[in-house]
Design a protein around this ligand. Sequence first.
Ligand code: CTP
Length: 414
Amino acid sequence: MNANNEMLLQGKRILLIIGGGIAAYKSLDLIRRLRERGAAVRVVMTRAAQEFITPLSAGAIAGGQTYVDLFDSRTEFDLGHIRLARDTDLIVMAPATADLMAKMAGGHADDLASTVLLATDKPVLIAPAMNPSMWSHPATQRNLAQLVADGVAVVGPNTGEMAEQGEAGTGRMAEPLEIVAAVEIRLAAQHETAGLLLGRRVLVTAGPTHEPIDPVRYIANRSSGKQGFAIARAATAAGASVILVSGPVALIDPPGVTVIRVESAREMLAEVERALPVDVAIFAGAVADWRVAEPGAHKLKKGASGAPKLALVENPDILSTVAHSKSKRPRLVIGFAAETEHVIENARAKLDRKGCDWIVANDVSPSTGIMGGDRNSVHLITHEGVESWPDAAKQNVADMLVARIVAALAAAAK
Ligand code: CTP
C-alpha cells in the first residue's frame, strides 16, 4: 500500500491500451496501481506491444483476458470492439507511441487499438513515450496539438534518461502513479461540480510544517497532507485555478494544480500571502504552533552540559492572519480543527477566534487512524450550526466540501 492509496477509483472501468514501446513494462505496474484503487481494468495490446510484454502477463495482472485482435471471432462474439470502446469510463493509452498518436490524430482504424479509439464516445487520456527526437518532431507535435484540440488529455512525457544508452531528453513515459493521478483528475472532471468553479482562484494549505532545531533536526507532526491534496484535486476538477501550499509530504503533485512546497510555518505564511487575492482559502495544513527560538547553526552535540534546553516561540497563525486581513480577505475562509477531545466545542471556539466562515473539525486521536490515514470523519461547523458528515474517503470529503463551496458562492452571487 502506498501513501496515495485510497479507493478513489472504486467501481470505475478503465480500458488500457498498451502500445509498442519499451515503457510497456511500466504498464503492468499501472494495471496493478489502478486495480488496488478499486478500478476494473480491461487491456488491449497492439501487435508491437506484444514484442515487449505478453498478453498473458497483462491479463494475469488485470484479472481477465487481454484483447489483441480485431478479427478474433471468439472475442468479437464475446465482447465486440464497439462494446470494448464504450463499456468503460475512461480509455488510457500508455505507452502512447508516436505511431499510435499519428493514427489517432488521423482517424485511422486498421487494428483493434485504433478502431476502439475511433469508435469510443468516452474520454481518452494518453501517456506518450518515445525517443526525444520523435517527440519533438513537428509531425508528432502537430498530432499532439490535434489530439488536444479533440479533447484528449495528456500526461507526460517526462524529461530524463531514455532506455537507449546515451539518449536523454523529453520522451520518458510518466510514472504509473502520475498516470493514476491524471486518471483520477480526468474522471473527477465528469463529477457533478465539473466547471462550476471556473474563473475562481482557490488556495489550499496542506501537510505539516517542519521547524528546524538545527541543520539536521526538526519539530513536526503526523499530518500526511492527504486531505489538503484531495481538496486541491476536487477544486481543480470543479474548474478552479488552484494554488496548493504544502509542507513536506510524500505525495505527488496533483495534475493541473500549482504546487508550492515549503518547510516552515513562516515560509507557508509568506507563500500564502503571495498567492492572495483568492476567492476561497482552505487551511488544511497542520501548522506547527511553535518553532525553536534560535535554531542551532551547527548540529547540536551531546556534551557534559546535558540535554539542550529548547526555547520555543509561537508561529504566526496563517488562517487567522488571512481571515482578519482588511484588504485581501477571501470571500470564503475555511479552517480545519484537529482535536483529540471536545471536538465540536473546541472547533466552535476556533471558528470565532480565528475569524473564519467554516471549520471542518475532526477527531485526530490515534485510535481514529485519521492522521495519516485515507478516511476522515468530519463535522462542518458554520455560523448557522453543525453538520456531522458520514465517515468517508478523504477524496469524498473533499468532493463534498467543494460541492458546498460551489453552493455557497452561487448563493452569495444571487
Ligand atoms: N492554522 C494556521 N496557522 C497556524 C496554526 C493553525 O493556519 N499557525 C490553521 C490550520 O491550518 C487549521 C486551523 O488553523 O485550519 C486550526 O488548526 P489547529 O491545529 O486545529 O488549531 P490551533 O490553532 O493550532 O489550536 P490548538 O493547537 O490550540 O488546538
